[in-house]
Design a binder for this molecule. Structure first.
Ligand code: G1P
Length: 319
């Protein structure tokens, strides 16, 4: 390796100014919370109104200027890739019928970004899944978007995270505030105020500690890691030095905690917009209802029906 391209040492805090232009979506999980629906259909393809969850996620990446998406898939999940491919037969049928609206909807997924895939042979944890991206992203910063959550496009999160990462050169996370009993579902952080020069990007905090899925009595705060990360390429080397953690899995949180301990700056934006969590049946139902209610085409009629349903249900409960 020439001197000019040498990887900076792990403790480097020098910002490169380079912006993340690639995203990695780990989507190899077994989705046991959704069985039996996910026995043959990947949870990432469950529909939210008329688009699969994964399309909302790729749309979020595309809206943040990311044109290159690597999907980490697993056995039985290749249909996810088909969704982002062209469908010439279906397209020509719709063209013949003059159904321009559906034709555009069918083509849209293939126009959002260049989609690349790779298979995680065994689901050994989020850190392990992310490590598959090394040869695709190299040593450049990149975004990670978890495959079962997304934010409302009208309240974007990723653009500010990407800008923050370009300024610090470190790790950038996003947090949501959770109820104390929920800490065991998330990575939880301890934080300090951020440097003044970064606070124009939102509610930015400096991260001083990270722990994966602590019990409420051990949680350092109620700030939970949301499924969006912007990471420097040095994370791959840290993952290689990370042993099994919570649940016996190679955790991304543990690799980030290692880099933090070794001097890499870690910051986060506290997100107060709308986040949809489709990884569990209740959150999935809430996402479907919220998005349907917001749609211009379906919204007015759906809201009317929903209001009547809720009123009738409240009446029935009261009797
Ligand atoms: C993963 C991460 C966790 C993070 C969460 C966000 O957990 O390991 O740190 O808070 O995503 O959804 P998982 O939901 O895969 O168990």
């Amino acid at each position: 390796m020439s001197e000019a391209s040498a990887t900076p040492p792990m403790t480097s805090t020098s910002p490169s100014g380079q912006r993340a232009v690639k995203a990695v979506i780990p989507a190899a999980g077994l989705a046991t919370r959704f069985l039996p629906a996910t026995k043959a259909v990947p949870k990432e393809l469950l529909p939210v109104v008329d688009r699969p969850v994964l399309q909302y996620i790729v749309e979020e990446a595309a809206a943040a200027g990311i044109g290159d998406v690597l999907l980490i898939t697993g056995r039985g999940k290749t249909s996810m890739v088909d969704h982002f491919d062209r469908q010439p037969y279906l397209e020509s049928r719709l063209e013949e019928k003059g159904d321009a609206e559906r034709l555009a909807a069918v083509r849209r997924p293939s126009e959002l970004a260049e989609i690349y895939t790779c298979r995680q042979a065994e689901p050994l944890g989020l850190g392990h899944a992310v490590s598959y991206a090394e040869s695709h992203v190299g040593d450049a910063p990149f975004a990670v978007l978890l495959g079962d959550e997304f934010v409302d496009l009208s309240e974007p999160l990723l653009p500010a995270m990407i800008e923050l990462q370009a300024r610090t050169g470190g790790i950038v996370l996003a947090f949501l505030e959770v109820a104390p009993e929920e800490t065991k579902r998330y990575g939880i952080a301890s934080v300090a105020p951020a440097e003044d020069a970064l606070t124009d990007l939102g509610e930015v905090v400096k991260v001083t500690g990270l722990v994966e899925k602590p019990a409420p009595e051990e949680a350092p705060s109620n700030l939970a890691v949301l499924g969006r990360y912007v990471l420097p390429g040095r994370i791959f080397e840290a993952i290689k030095r990370t042993g099994p953690g919570s649940g016996g899995e190679i955790q991304l949180t543990d690799a980030m905690a290692l880099m933090l301990a070794e001097g890499t700056p870690v910051h986060a934006i506290v997100y107060r917009g709308t986040r949809y969590d489709t990884g569990m049946p209740l959150g999935y139902l809430q996402a479907v209802v919220q998005i349907a209610a917001k749609r211009d085409d379906l919204g007015p009629e759906f809201r009317r029906w929903l209001a009547e349903f809720v009123a009738a249900d409240a009446g029935a409960q009261g009797t």
